[in-house]
Write a protein of this length. Structure first.
Length: 368
């Protein structure tokens, strides 16, 4: 083995801990409320947009984390969702299209003590920024990525997005889109995100709890929020999120509890071979013991992937935490590797590296 042998990575990340503060600053922190996270900027979303609710819930959960405002950063790409950092009274970047995870990766590598949130849309995250989202997740960068999914490009006035349904007529697809839509949660799981969840803009209590869970996760946290763009795609999720139908058409996941749903919690999800099926308790001898029990910490992602594929009208739409597992984070691995390199080879010298002798000349004869 050479001295460059693969280092043993630290086992599991420590839960996200706020930075150590003096008692005086700690006292100030405990008094923070939602209002402290509201900036003085005028909110410029269309009246009735689902973004308002996501902003309000985000501001509401912030004091719970015990982080000073100065240690929290919101980074966005381009789109209506991209305006959110202006409205948070924290540090923030409104970056370029699809690149928020990239900026967040750099920031987290340089300042692991910061709590970093990435705000993105379905187009920003899955189309323009698909590559960047993918790699931030597989690296387990400690960022909380919240993707507002309105199934449309809002800011550019209603073109089809990667989550638009097949056949959807939009300004960019006047005869209906011919592209199969992406399931964002499946993408996040395939990309190895260590936390994957879904909530809805109008289900405010559930959204608040989900953001709180995402915020406490150490590692790459992907949260899809089903959001209504009332101007260009009104009612995209209404068929299963409306108050009158949601109990029957949504499955609220809880760790360790059977996957039951319905107003009377009398329907559930059972596994038949490799496929889920909806069953009715008491019919054909189905009992609660037959119903799948949700395990968000399962090491293998198979059932989580199954949940990520379930959708209305064939299935109730799962919401809540689909997966929450531990893996060393990117910044932990990077810090450990840097420390080991310095110990073995001493402090680096950038000047020496740049002016080092390892250069070569390409001769005309070398060309193929
Ligand atoms: C490189 C690049 N491509 C395209 C655009 C145009 N553009 C701006 S916002 C946007 C779509 C945003 O949609 P989404 O991410 O779903 O966010 P929403 O506005 O719906 O919140 C596009 C295509 C751009 N600004 N830069
Ligand atoms: S265009 Fe749609 S997503 Fe954008 S602010 Fe207006 S309602 Fe919201």
């Amino acid at each position: 083995m050479t001295d460059r042998a693969i280092a043993t990575p630290p086992t599991a990340p420590t839960p996200l801990e706020p930075p150590a503060l003096s008692p005086a600053n700690q006292a100030v922190l405990t008094q923070l409320t939602r209002k402290d996270f509201v900036s003085d900027q005028e909110v410029r979303w269309c009246p009735g947009c689902g973004d308002y609710s996501i902003l309000a819930q985000t501001q509401k959960v912030m004091p719970d984390f015990g982080y000073p405002k100065e240690n929290i950063v919101f980074i966005s790409g381009i789109g209506c969702s991209g305006r959110l950092p202006y409205y948070m009274n924290t540090y923030g970047f409104h970056s370029i299209h699809g690149r928020a995870p990239t900026l967040a990766t750099g920031l987290k590598a340089a300042r692991p003590d910061l709590m970093v949130w990435v705000i993105t849309g379905d187009g920003d995250a899955l189309s323009i920024g698909g590559n960047h989202v993918l790699h931030s997740m597989r690296r387990n960068v400690d960022i909380k990525l919240v993707m507002f999914n309105n199934r449309i490009y809002g800011l550019t006035k209603g073109q089809a997005s990667p989550t638009s349904e097949l056949g959807k007529r939009t300004k960019s697809t006047p005869d209906g889109t011919i592209d199969h839509p992406i399931m964002p949660l499946s993408v996040a799981l395939a990309a190895e995100a260590t936390f994957v969840a879904r909530s809805v803009d109008t289900h405010t209590e559930h959204l608040q709890q989900t953001l709180e869970r995402a915020g406490r996760h150490r590692g790459s946290a992907f949260t899809e929020v089903l959001q209504n763009c009332n101007i260009f795609n009104d009612g995209a999720w209404r068929s299963f999120t409306d108050r009158e139908v949601r109990d029957d058409r949504m499955l609220v996941l809880e760790h360790g509890r059977p996957m039951l749903f319905g107003k009377d919690r009398d329907r559930g999800i059972r596994l038949r071979g490799l496929h889920p099926e909806v069953v009715q308790l008491g019919v054909d001898g189905v009992a609660e013991d037959d119903i799948l029990v949700h395990d968000e910490h399962a090491e293998d992602p198979y059932l989580a992937f199954m949940l990520s594929r379930m959708f209305f009208p064939d299935f109730p739409v799962p919401v809540g935490v689909i997966r929450d597992v531990e893996r060393p984070t990117h910044d932990e691995l990077l810090s450990a590797q840097l420390a080991a390199a310095v110990e073995q080879r001493g402090e680096g010298d950038l000047e020496k590296l740049l002016n080092g002798g390892e250069t070569w000349t390409v001769e005309p004869d070398d060309r193929p």
